[in-house]
Design a protein around this ligand. Structure first.
Ligand code: M6R
Length: 614
């Protein structure tokens, strides 16, 4: 969602803030702003639109100072405009905020009755006004620490926020429900919503806990929890946060698609320990409980978006190989539907960012209801809130994913889930050694198979005319490829803005078939391992109604049905690896269609990389 940065430094604070905002722009990009303190006055600059607009404005007329705050916004309350951009100011204080202040309307009414004239439509603007009121009421005797605490005490909802005053060379921060961390270097101390923002600014980071509140100066950080001063550990900035360039690719999404063989190789070398001929040994170091835990009675998987699609595919594997009952839900539904959890149940949350608000709340609900149950997370950011609050974490090892459309984190989730199933199955004696090794060998072949698929990028690009002058697109699959159909449709819609639907192929006759005509291209996922004949008969039904068909398949040439408009060959895989192969052409298809339509591939409209509000 939005990105926050605060800096108290002996360097040029404007430069530090802009560097950090640039690294966070993928989180929210509808407006941006900075506020700096110079000689006891606050100077603010905000612009609607991309960060480049703010940069141009600051190029023309720079601000100076050594303490400042900055923000890149993803609109929730109030449209993307200069007025609604952060920082928000009130009588000598300025605040940047991520999250949602749920009681903002009541607070706004009370403040308006006291004579405050609000300048924006945002929920966030109540914060500086509450702060300035608390400062005015307390006078110099109580000071900012007390006024900040009084402000925070009045807020309901989620926040990560940083405040700057005209009077002080410090920044004040608070975190509840939205991520916030501190960074430090020999030049100063920083607060940010994202470790990536601090790459290049800080050498060490400190992850704030829920409810932490405090202040930073150029050389010191003071943190309170429930009114008591606490010490938290500084740690080296995660290496993954150091690099975030496009490395010669046109887009981050394109670069991240091409990184997938390397990610799978990293996952295998990190988690699979056996040499040729030895017993399979799959080890997840940050989830040691898995080495001894017996098979649970039930597994619940909760996630959002693409991560949810990875969970749906894993359900087929878990039920088939472990014979355990598996429930998969989107986090925004799970957390509100009063789920019956019961004993002997594992929760597995999946998340690229580890900060998705609904997924985090689903975990908290699960833990508060049944603290003895195991809660695991598969997450790409091992320092994230989800990882820190779970009983065990399996890092996805995908490296920083910048493109809003998730690609390499998705295939990393599939690969890690496959290893997780193999580990539990072998450990509990439900899969024998020979079968486990056979599947691990197939997993190793994914790296080469993905390289082959990547070499076919041009063929996928050549299919973009099939997506011109259409009223939508349909993706069909069965078994573990059904969630791939959902994912293919999500990828296409989020970056090309074409309407697309993913369906279980067997469900097509129950409604979507009415949409089929010559202007609805249909992508059919037909894998030999998953009900091939049934999928082919669905394909014929689609063709009979005049649709253009793009077939993704590992079938032999001689078996390929006539008259399909395009065939994309997948390497032959097993039940675990076929979805990993199918993901790549689906990603390319979305990427090239979006490019052809001239959309902003890495920063599609209305979206943000990490959804930290519900
Ligand atoms: O960080 P998470 O994996 O928890 O994010 C979940 C979704 O917001 C995310 O997958 C979203 O659907 C992506 N834009 C998909 O490409």
């Amino acid at each position: 969602m939005c990105g926050i940065i605060g800096a108290v430094t002996d360097e040029d604070a404007q430069k530090s803030l802009l560097d950090a905002l640039r690294r966070m722009e993928y989180r929210g990009y509808d407006s941006a702003g900075v506020c700096l303190r110079e000689q006891g006055r606050l100077h603010c600059r905000k612009e609607a639109g991309k960060l480049a607009n703010l940069e141009q404005s600051l190029d023309k007329k720079p601000l100076s100072g050594h303490a400042g705050i900055g923000h890149t916004r993803w609109a929730t309350h109030g449209g993307p405009s200069r007025e609604n951009a952060h920082p928000h100011l009130a009588d000598g204080v300025a605040v940047v905020h991520n999250g949602i202040i749920e009681n903002h309307e009541i607070l706004r009414q009370a403040l308006t009755a006291d004579g405050v004239a609000f300048r924006s439509e945002t929920d966030s603007e109540v914060i500086p006004w509450l702060l300035s009121a608390a400062l005015a009421a307390g006078g110099k005797s109580t000071g900012m620490d007390v006024a900040w605490q009084q402000t925070v005490d009045q807020l309901q909802g989620a926040y990560a926020m940083v405040a700057l005053t005209a009077a002080d060379d410090c920044l004040w921060f608070a975190r509840r429900g939205s991520p916030l961390l501190l960074g430090r270097s020999k030049h100063g101390i920083y607060a940010a919503s994202d470790a990536l923002a601090l790459a290049g600014l800080a050498d060490e980071v400190l992850y704030l806990e829920e409810g932490d509140i405090g202040r930073i100066s150029r050389s010191d950080a003071v943190i309170f929890q429930d009114g008591v001063q606490v010490q938290r550990d500084w740690q080296a900035i995660p290496l993954a946060e150091q690099a975030a360039g496009k490395d010669g690719f046109d887009h981050f999404m394109q670069k991240e698609i091409f990184e997938q063989p390397r990610v799978i190789a990293d996952i295998l070398s990190a988690y699979v320990k056996h040499g040729v001929g030895e017993r399979p040994d799959i080890v997840f170091p940050a989830a040691p409980l898995l080495d001894t835990a017996p098979l649970p009675n039930r597994i619940v998987m909760v996630a959002c978006g693409t991560s949810y699609h990875a969970a749906l595919t894993a359900r087929y594997w878990l039920e088939r190989y472990l014979q355990v009952s598996v429930e998969v839900d989107v986090a925004s539904e799970y957390r509100y539907r009063n789920p019956v959890i019961g004993p002997d149940t594992w929760l597995i949350t999946l998340s690229q960012s580890g900060e998705t608000a609904d997924t985090l709340e689903a975990l908290r609900l699960f833990k508060s209801n049944t603290p003895d149950n195991l809660a695991l997370t598969l997450c790409n950011v091992p320092e994230s809130s989800l990882a820190r609050e779970s009983d065990g974490t399996i890092a996805l090892l995908a490296g920083t994913e910048v493109g809003v459309a998730s690609t390499k984190a998705y295939t990393a989730q599939l690969a890690v889930l496959a290893l997780l199933v193999l580990k539990i199955a072998y450990q509990n004696g439900v899969m024998n050694e020979a079968d486990t090794k056979r599947h691990l060998t197939a997993m190793r072949q994914v790296v080469d198979g993905m390289h082959v698929l990547l070499s076919q990028a041009d063929r996928l690009q050549a299919l973009t005319p099939l997506f011109e002058d259409i009223h939508g697109a349909l993706f069909l699959g069965r078994g573990p490829c059904f969630p791939l159909a959902l994912e293919g449709a999500l990828k296409l819609k989020e970056i090309s803005y074409l309407h697309a639907e993913g369906y279980a192929a067997g469900e097509m006759k129950h409604g979507p078939i009415a949409l089929i005509d010559a202007k609805l291209p249909v992508v059919v996922l037909a894998a030999r391992k998953y009900h091939l004949q049934k999928v082919l008969s669905n394909l014929r039904e689609v063709q009979a109604r005049g649709a253009k068909v793009i077939l993704l398949t590992d079938m032999r040439d001689e078996d390929i049905p006539d008259n399909v408009n395009a065939v994309i060959r997948l390497p032959e895989g097993d039940s675990f690896t076929t979805p990993l192969f199918a993901a790549i052409p689906l990603q390319f298809l979305a990427y090239y269609v979006a490019r052809a339509r001239g959309t902003d591939v890495d920063q599609p409209r209305n979206l943000a990389k990490s959804v930290t509000v519900e």
